[in-house]
Write a protein that binds this ligand. Structure first.
Ligand code: ZN
Length: 172
């Protein structure tokens, strides 16, 4: 698929946790892009989420005719945050988030307000206002470069083509 490169700037724990976020993403019914998110307090995972429709709606993320994402879809980051609210949050101040795709502007606002202090993302979305906002407010933002397997698990075949000339990471 592409030239693989070794990156040793992350800990095994960080790579394994992103790998787990990709596994969470694979539960998503969304076809355009599957996103997984984990929230950690220290080294402990306290919530997870993937993009999908809100409770009470059928598990279909795209409009059948246009193929566009339905307004009833909630992003992975928001789902992970809401799950904590639903089940009783222990407070997220100082927490870390792992998300497979860089957050949109709306999720970034909630991440900031929730008190999350560090965010790891893998695949960079072409709309990067969310990422810029996080950086502006002093949240530590780290990209863990995607592997070919991670992309294959979260993106449809036709979207993978644009990564053909991108250097992908390989972690062992
Ligand atoms: Zn979002």
């Amino acid at each position: 698929m592409s030239k693989l490169i070794k990156r040793r700037r992350y800990s095994d724990f960080e790579i394994n946790t992103m790998d787990l976020a990709v596994t969470v993403a694979s539960n998503s019914y969304c076809e355009r892009r599957k996103v997984g998110c984990l929230i950690l307090k220290g080294n402990q995972i306290i919530s997870d989420g993937y993009n999908g429709t809100i409770s009470g709606f059928q598990n279909c993320c795209e409009d059948e005719e246009s193929g566009l994402t339905l307004p009833t879809v909630l992003h992975a980051e928001s789902n992970a945050l809401m799950k904590l609210l639903r089940n009783g949050s222990m407070g997220l101040n100082g927490c870390t988030m792992f998300v497979t795709t860089s957050p949109c502007l709306n999720c970034a606002k909630m991440i900031i307000q929730a008190g999350i202090k560090k965010l790891f993302y893998s695949d960079k979305h072409h709309l990067d206002e969310g990422l810029e906002l996080l950086k502006e407010t002093g949240i530590e933002v780290v990209q863990i470069y995607p592997t070919a397997n991670w992309l294959a698990a979260t993106l449809p075949q036709h979207k993978l083509a644009k990564f053909e000339n991108v250097k992908l990471a390989e972690y062992e």
